[in-house]
Ligand binder design. Structure first.
Ligand code: ADP
Ligand code: MG
Length: 625
């Protein structure tokens, strides 16, 4: 019969190469992957058949059949699920659509040992069969279609497709074992592998032996069993299957809700970042079942986008089995389940945060940035979210909560101070922080881009407004600080410059800088630095502005900033002393420009006139030498 030859997509070729050449240990997982795919295929058909009963063949129960043939040295995994037609075989087995695999390829090191460990971590699904095979055949007939197709590959760069015959719909994967892999022909070995990895599969897994058919798995959906009857291993294997994940779950939430709405949830929070978490589609990965029947993994309202790292299933007793996608939109039952699940997740997180702060900190490091999206997307849960949110701050190396912050606020301090930026270390040395540090005022260090978005929306925590340290108009005089550190410093240091002279200097600066600044004013937030920039009252915070610019959200030129000068700084004092001397006017003007540029550099911002800066700097250095 006619046979067409195809080359694998380059990425698939790479994966296969690694699987074949460096997957030394744990080869047995190939069986888990094939069974998992077979189970998915049955679930898909079961759902489609709810609305198109004709798709199911008369008298057939879903099952997965395992068989071995010692003479041909083959292991076969056959299912009567949805099947694949010619195009789907090419698409699903010849290209890589899965984001996890792409991430896998990106993290390859070229070192065989390391890379083979990575496979265990990522999983390569169907391709795992090539770790034991010299040839793999996939014989498939799609439900509702007449033609069957045979896909064949030896894993070396290409596969072939030919028309074929298959009794009944579904897929058979025939693995021709390579030399040295005979163990997988032994029934006992297969039983053991299924018991280890696939017991949770809700479709019966049968093995054909001389004595007849034998079921290898328990065969009931794992979430219908009592918690006490499920081992940690079984929970973990189900997580791997349902989440297409390969790490260990950090949290497992298995509950049955009875009462007004009835459902069971078996949800997992991963212990490491899933690779699709930052996908722009922001889709969650929780599967919806109705009375044990898989319905969809695409019910948007089941889980908010900011919890998209959660994996698992929800099985509802209240939705009708023939629920359509349209019916699921704005569905009251779905919404109530979702609300309850989100609460449950929050309360579990809160418990962890209190009882196991270190574990929680690791969770927060991976997922905090995503969870914080909820602060502006989910107004109903804002308080709960603020409670479990954790932050870095100037007072501590550990993550802190807002409650921790509030408890340490100084007498008279009414605001929660924060600074945003891209880099914690850089933020810690920001000139704007100096005055806060010297007064012992704690400042939150916020380094996630999402912080710029929730802060303006949330505005308050327990009625205390959030306030950027780079904003204008902060009044320190009302705050009672540690022995009034700010003032002490003035006493220890040399005397402050005369106020009238400072005013003169400010005028000179304003004249020199013109439109380049919005204003020039004395600062009480500086101790060590001569100058810093702040936003004008009512202007957008300039970190936010910079971020929006970087993402092309705004294109207007940046608003001019306010330049604050530190009258206690030696340089400013010298300038102040010169400010009455008309012959020094040019020098003051040049220094004003230099200081403004320096303030921009401290912010990590590009200079408007870098050449002018270089000239002025050389001139000043020359004079100094
Ligand atoms: P994943 O299961 O994570 O999607 P795999 O590499 O295991 O990745 O499988 C790739 C795709 O091939 C599946 O998503 C599915 O569309 C298809 N597939 C694999 N095995 C079967 C099968 N037995 N029946 C139907 N489709 C299958
Ligand atoms: Mg798979």
């Amino acid at each position: 019969m006619a046979q067409d030859e195809f080359t694998f997509e380059a990425e698939v070729g790479k994966v296969l190469d690694i699987v074949i050449h460096s997957l030394y240990s744990n080869k047995e997982i190939f069986l888990r992957e094939l069974v998992s795919n077979a189970a998915d295929a049955c679930d898909k058909l079961r759902y489609l058949a709810l609305t198109e009963p004709g798709l199911m063949e008369a008298g057939s129960e879903f099952n997965i059949q395992l068989s071995t043939n010692k003479r041909d040295r083959t292991v076969t995994v056959a299912d009567n699920g949805i099947g694949m037609n010619r195009d789907e075989l090419i698409e699903n087995l010849g290209t890589i659509a899965r984001s996890g695999t792409t991430a896998f390829l990106e993290s390859l090191s070229g070192d065989e040992k390391k890379d083979s460990a990575l496979i265990g971590q990522f999983g390569v699904g169907f391709y795992a069969s090539f770790s034991v095979a010299k040839k793999v055949e996939v014989l498939s007939r799609k439900a509702g279609e007449d033609k069957a197709w045979l896909w064949t590959s030896e894993g070396a760069g290409s596969f072939t497709l030919a028309e074929a015959e298959r009794e009944g719909q579904g897929t058979s994967v025939i693995v021709h074992l390579a030399k040295g892999e005979s163990e997988f022909l032994e029934e006992a070995r297969i039983r053991n592998i299924i018991a280890t990895y696939s017991d949770h599969v809700s479709i019966p897994i049968m093995i054909a032996t001389k004595e007849g058919e034998n079921q290898l798995n328990t065969g009931s959906a794992i979430w219908t069993r009592a918690r006490g009857d499920i081992t940690e291993e079984q929970y973990k294997e189900f997580y791997h299957h349902v989440g297409h994940a390969f790490d260990d779950p950090w949290l497992t939430l298995h509950n049955r809700a009875e009462g007004k709405i009835e459902y069971t949830n078996l949800l997992y929070i991963p212990s490491s970042k899933p690779f699709d978490m930052m996908n722009p589609d922001r889709k969650h990965r929780v599967k919806l079942y109705v009375k044990r029947v898989f319905i969809t993994d695409d019910c948007e309202e089941l889980m908010p986008a900011y919890l998209r790292f959660v994996r698992g299933i929800v099985d509802s007793e209240d939705l009708p089995l023939n629920v359509s996608r349209e019916m699921l939109q704005h569905n009251a039952v779905v919404r109530r389940i979702s609300t309850a699940l989100v609460r449950r997740i929050f309360s579990e997180l809160k418990k962890k945060a209190e009882k196991a702060p270190e574990e929680y900190a690791a969770f927060w490091a991976d997922f905090g940035a995503v969870v914080k999206e909820g602060l502006y997307e989910d107004a109903d849960n804002r308080e709960r979210l603020l409670e479990i949110a954790r932050f870095r701050s100037t007072n501590s190396d550990d993550l802190i909560s807002l409650a921790d912050y509030a408890a340490r606020m100084k007498e008279g301090q009414e605001e929660i101070f924060f600074i945003t930026g891209a880099d914690i270390d850089q933020m810690r040395v920001s000139p704007q922080l100096e005055g806060f540090q010297s007064r012992g005022l704690e400042v939150l260090l916020l380094d996630d881009p999402v912080d710029e978005f929730w802060l303006p929306t949330v505005g308050l925590f327990e009625e205390k407004p959030f306030r950027s340290v780079t904003a204008g108009g902060i009044d320190f005089s009302k705050i009672k600080t540690d022995g009034d550190a700010g003032k002490d410093e003035d006493k220890d240091g040399p005397e402050k410059a005369d106020a009238a002279d400072v005013a003169k200097l400010i005028l000179a600066f304003k004249e020199a800088l013109g439109d380049a600044v919005r204003d020039v004013q004395t600062s009480d937030r500086l101790t060590d630095s001569a100058v810093c920039l702040i936003s004008g009252d009512g202007d957008m915070d300039f970190h936010l502005e910079r971020m929006l610019k970087r993402h092309g959200q705004i294109t207007a030129p940046a608003a001019a900033r306010v330049l604050e000068i530190n009258p206690a700084h030696a340089l400013i004092k010298k300038l102040t002393a010169m400010s009455g001397d008309l012959t020094k006017k040019d020098q003051i003007s040049e220094t004003a420009h230099l200081l403004l540029d320096q303030a921009y550099i401290a912010e990590g911002e590009p200079l408007g006139d870098a050449a002018g800066f270089a000239q002025r700097l050389s001139a000043a250095l020359e004079r100094g030498l």
